[in-house]
Design a protein around this ligand. Structure first.
Ligand code: 5RP
Length: 224
Protein backbone atom coordinates (compact mmCIF):
# COMPACT_ATOMS: atom_id res chain seq x y z
CA UNK A 1 0.00 0.00 0.00
CA UNK A 2 1.38 3.41 -0.92
CA UNK A 3 1.72 6.26 1.59
CA UNK A 4 -1.06 8.02 -0.26
CA UNK A 5 -3.36 5.02 0.24
CA UNK A 6 -2.41 4.88 3.93
CA UNK A 7 -3.43 8.54 4.27
CA UNK A 8 -6.67 7.78 2.43
CA UNK A 9 -7.74 4.89 4.69
CA UNK A 10 -6.89 6.91 7.81
CA UNK A 11 -9.03 9.78 6.47
CA UNK A 12 -11.88 7.37 5.66
CA UNK A 13 -11.79 5.97 9.20
CA UNK A 14 -11.78 9.48 10.71
CA UNK A 15 -14.84 10.82 8.89
CA UNK A 16 -16.97 8.01 10.34
CA UNK A 17 -16.74 9.91 13.66
CA UNK A 18 -18.59 12.91 12.18
CA UNK A 19 -22.30 13.12 13.00
CA UNK A 20 -25.16 15.40 12.02
CA UNK A 21 -25.22 18.72 13.87
CA UNK A 22 -21.51 18.75 14.73
CA UNK A 23 -19.14 21.67 14.51
CA UNK A 24 -16.07 20.15 12.83
CA UNK A 25 -12.52 21.52 12.72
CA UNK A 26 -10.89 20.81 9.37
CA UNK A 27 -7.11 20.36 9.38
CA UNK A 28 -4.52 21.31 6.79
CA UNK A 29 -2.15 19.32 4.58
CA UNK A 30 -2.39 16.48 2.08
CA UNK A 31 -3.92 13.97 4.52
CA UNK A 32 -6.42 16.50 5.83
CA UNK A 33 -7.30 17.41 2.23
CA UNK A 34 -8.36 13.79 1.63
CA UNK A 35 -10.52 13.99 4.75
CA UNK A 36 -12.07 17.29 3.57
CA UNK A 37 -12.93 15.67 0.21
CA UNK A 38 -14.70 12.86 2.07
CA UNK A 39 -16.56 15.34 4.28
CA UNK A 40 -17.61 17.17 1.11
CA UNK A 41 -19.05 13.92 -0.29
CA UNK A 42 -20.98 13.28 2.91
CA UNK A 43 -22.32 16.85 2.90
CA UNK A 44 -23.55 16.34 -0.67
CA UNK A 45 -25.32 13.21 0.62
CA UNK A 46 -27.09 15.25 3.29
CA UNK A 47 -24.71 15.45 6.28
CA UNK A 48 -25.55 18.61 8.23
CA UNK A 49 -22.42 20.12 9.80
CA UNK A 50 -20.67 23.45 10.27
CA UNK A 51 -16.91 23.59 9.71
CA UNK A 52 -14.04 25.68 11.02
CA UNK A 53 -11.02 25.41 8.70
CA UNK A 54 -7.46 25.68 10.01
CA UNK A 55 -6.07 27.54 6.99
CA UNK A 56 -7.07 29.63 3.99
CA UNK A 57 -6.23 26.63 1.77
CA UNK A 58 -8.61 24.35 3.66
CA UNK A 59 -11.28 27.06 3.77
CA UNK A 60 -11.09 27.37 -0.02
CA UNK A 61 -11.31 23.61 -0.51
CA UNK A 62 -14.23 23.25 1.92
CA UNK A 63 -16.21 26.08 0.33
CA UNK A 64 -15.71 24.61 -3.14
CA UNK A 65 -17.13 21.33 -1.88
CA UNK A 66 -20.22 23.04 -0.48
CA UNK A 67 -19.25 22.65 3.19
CA UNK A 68 -20.59 25.48 5.36
CA UNK A 69 -17.56 27.31 6.75
CA UNK A 70 -17.81 29.63 9.76
CA UNK A 71 -15.44 31.55 12.06
CA UNK A 72 -15.26 32.06 15.81
CA UNK A 73 -17.73 34.92 15.53
CA UNK A 74 -20.36 32.22 14.95
CA UNK A 75 -19.18 29.26 17.06
CA UNK A 76 -17.10 29.07 20.23
CA UNK A 77 -16.67 25.34 20.71
CA UNK A 78 -15.81 22.61 18.23
CA UNK A 79 -17.12 19.05 18.66
CA UNK A 80 -14.44 17.30 16.66
CA UNK A 81 -11.30 18.30 14.79
CA UNK A 82 -9.56 16.03 12.30
CA UNK A 83 -6.03 16.94 11.25
CA UNK A 84 -2.82 15.45 9.93
CA UNK A 85 0.59 15.45 11.58
CA UNK A 86 4.29 15.43 10.75
CA UNK A 87 5.26 13.15 13.64
CA UNK A 88 3.43 11.36 16.44
CA UNK A 89 5.13 9.59 19.34
CA UNK A 90 3.85 6.77 21.59
CA UNK A 91 2.45 9.34 24.04
CA UNK A 92 0.44 10.91 21.20
CA UNK A 93 2.55 14.06 21.28
CA UNK A 94 2.83 15.64 17.84
CA UNK A 95 5.04 17.80 15.70
CA UNK A 96 2.87 19.79 13.33
CA UNK A 97 3.38 22.76 11.04
CA UNK A 98 4.96 21.19 7.97
CA UNK A 99 2.36 23.11 6.01
CA UNK A 100 2.90 26.23 8.10
CA UNK A 101 -0.62 26.17 9.54
CA UNK A 102 0.11 25.04 13.10
CA UNK A 103 -0.94 28.36 14.71
CA UNK A 104 -4.55 28.11 13.55
CA UNK A 105 -4.41 24.31 13.87
CA UNK A 106 -3.47 24.57 17.53
CA UNK A 107 -6.14 27.18 18.25
CA UNK A 108 -8.78 24.97 16.64
CA UNK A 109 -7.51 21.81 18.36
CA UNK A 110 -7.42 23.53 21.74
CA UNK A 111 -11.07 24.58 21.37
CA UNK A 112 -12.19 21.10 20.32
CA UNK A 113 -13.87 18.49 22.48
CA UNK A 114 -11.96 15.83 20.56
CA UNK A 115 -9.05 15.85 18.15
CA UNK A 116 -8.49 12.97 15.76
CA UNK A 117 -5.07 12.79 14.11
CA UNK A 118 -4.70 10.99 10.81
CA UNK A 119 -1.47 9.93 9.14
CA UNK A 120 0.44 7.34 7.18
CA UNK A 121 2.58 4.80 9.01
CA UNK A 122 5.93 6.60 8.67
CA UNK A 123 4.70 9.50 10.84
CA UNK A 124 4.83 7.25 13.93
CA UNK A 125 8.15 7.74 15.69
CA UNK A 126 9.64 6.61 18.98
CA UNK A 127 11.01 10.06 19.71
CA UNK A 128 9.99 13.44 18.27
CA UNK A 129 12.52 15.61 16.49
CA UNK A 130 13.62 14.07 13.21
CA UNK A 131 11.12 16.39 11.53
CA UNK A 132 12.27 20.00 11.94
CA UNK A 133 10.12 21.71 14.55
CA UNK A 134 8.27 24.67 12.98
CA UNK A 135 8.17 27.82 15.11
CA UNK A 136 6.02 30.70 13.88
CA UNK A 137 7.56 34.07 14.73
CA UNK A 138 6.83 37.75 14.28
CA UNK A 139 8.91 39.00 11.30
CA UNK A 140 10.27 41.93 13.37
CA UNK A 141 11.88 39.49 15.82
CA UNK A 142 13.05 36.77 13.43
CA UNK A 143 16.70 37.84 13.16
CA UNK A 144 17.09 37.98 16.94
CA UNK A 145 15.25 34.70 17.46
CA UNK A 146 17.59 32.61 15.29
CA UNK A 147 20.43 32.66 17.87
CA UNK A 148 17.89 32.11 20.66
CA UNK A 149 16.70 28.95 18.91
CA UNK A 150 20.29 27.84 18.37
CA UNK A 151 20.90 28.23 22.10
CA UNK A 152 18.10 25.71 22.66
CA UNK A 153 20.19 23.11 20.86
CA UNK A 154 18.89 23.14 17.32
CA UNK A 155 19.99 24.28 13.90
CA UNK A 156 17.42 26.95 12.97
CA UNK A 157 16.58 28.28 9.54
CA UNK A 158 13.94 30.61 8.16
CA UNK A 159 11.53 28.66 5.96
CA UNK A 160 11.72 29.72 2.31
CA UNK A 161 9.24 29.34 -0.54
CA UNK A 162 9.97 30.33 -4.16
CA UNK A 163 13.24 32.04 -3.06
CA UNK A 164 11.44 34.29 -0.54
CA UNK A 165 10.69 33.80 3.15
CA UNK A 166 7.49 31.73 3.54
CA UNK A 167 4.60 33.73 5.01
CA UNK A 168 1.88 32.08 7.11
CA UNK A 169 -1.82 32.89 6.87
CA UNK A 170 -1.16 35.42 9.66
CA UNK A 171 1.70 36.92 7.62
CA UNK A 172 4.35 35.68 10.05
CA UNK A 173 7.58 33.79 9.37
CA UNK A 174 8.49 30.22 10.28
CA UNK A 175 11.79 29.15 11.79
CA UNK A 176 12.32 25.42 11.19
CA UNK A 177 14.37 24.04 14.07
CA UNK A 178 16.41 20.89 13.41
CA UNK A 179 16.76 19.26 16.83
CA UNK A 180 17.19 15.70 15.52
CA UNK A 181 15.93 14.44 18.88
CA UNK A 182 13.69 16.25 21.34
CA UNK A 183 14.47 14.80 24.76
CA UNK A 184 11.79 16.63 26.73
CA UNK A 185 8.94 17.90 24.52
CA UNK A 186 6.92 19.34 27.44
CA UNK A 187 9.85 21.40 28.67
CA UNK A 188 10.77 22.61 25.17
CA UNK A 189 7.13 23.57 24.52
CA UNK A 190 7.05 25.59 27.71
CA UNK A 191 10.37 27.30 26.96
CA UNK A 192 9.36 28.25 23.42
CA UNK A 193 6.02 29.62 24.63
CA UNK A 194 7.76 32.09 26.91
CA UNK A 195 10.01 33.67 24.26
CA UNK A 196 8.69 37.09 23.15
CA UNK A 197 8.27 37.13 19.38
CA UNK A 198 7.40 33.44 19.18
CA UNK A 199 3.78 33.22 18.12
CA UNK A 200 3.36 29.43 18.24
CA UNK A 201 5.44 26.29 17.98
CA UNK A 202 4.51 22.99 16.37
CA UNK A 203 4.60 20.80 19.48
CA UNK A 204 1.07 19.56 20.21
CA UNK A 205 0.95 18.06 23.68
CA UNK A 206 -2.19 16.66 25.32
CA UNK A 207 -4.27 17.68 22.33
CA UNK A 208 -4.70 14.46 20.32
CA UNK A 209 -7.43 12.16 21.66
CA UNK A 210 -7.42 9.56 18.90
CA UNK A 211 -4.67 8.75 16.39
CA UNK A 212 -5.59 6.79 13.26
CA UNK A 213 -2.61 5.45 11.35
CA UNK A 214 -2.95 3.91 7.90
CA UNK A 215 -0.73 0.85 7.61
CA UNK A 216 -0.24 -2.19 5.35
CA UNK A 217 -2.55 -4.08 7.74
CA UNK A 218 -5.31 -1.47 7.78
CA UNK A 219 -5.97 1.43 10.15
CA UNK A 220 -4.41 1.27 13.61
CA UNK A 221 -6.20 3.22 16.32
CA UNK A 222 -4.58 4.72 19.42
CA UNK A 223 -6.62 6.57 22.03
CA UNK A 224 -6.05 8.45 25.25
C1 5RP B 1 0.19 21.63 8.43
C2 5RP B 1 0.31 20.37 9.20
C3 5RP B 1 0.01 19.11 8.50
O1 5RP B 1 -1.03 18.45 9.16
C4 5RP B 1 1.25 18.25 8.48
O2 5RP B 1 2.29 18.99 7.86
C5 5RP B 1 1.01 16.94 7.73
O3 5RP B 1 0.85 17.19 6.38
P1 5RP B 1 0.62 16.02 5.33
O4 5RP B 1 -0.69 15.39 5.66
O5 5RP B 1 0.64 16.73 3.99
O6 5RP B 1 1.77 15.06 5.47
O7 5RP B 1 0.64 20.35 10.35
O8 5RP B 1 0.61 22.73 9.19
Amino acid sequence: MTEDQQKQIAAEAAVTYIEDGMVVGLGTGSTAAKMVDLVGKRVKDGLDIIAIPTSEATAGQAKELGIRVVGFDEVKIIDLTIDGTDEVDPEMRLIKGGGGAHLREKIVASLSDRMIVIAENKKMVNQLGTFKLPVEVIPFAAGALLPKMEALGCHPEIRMKDSAPFRTDENNLIIDCAFEMIEDPENLALTLSTIPGVVEHGLFIDLADIVLIGTEDGVKKFSR
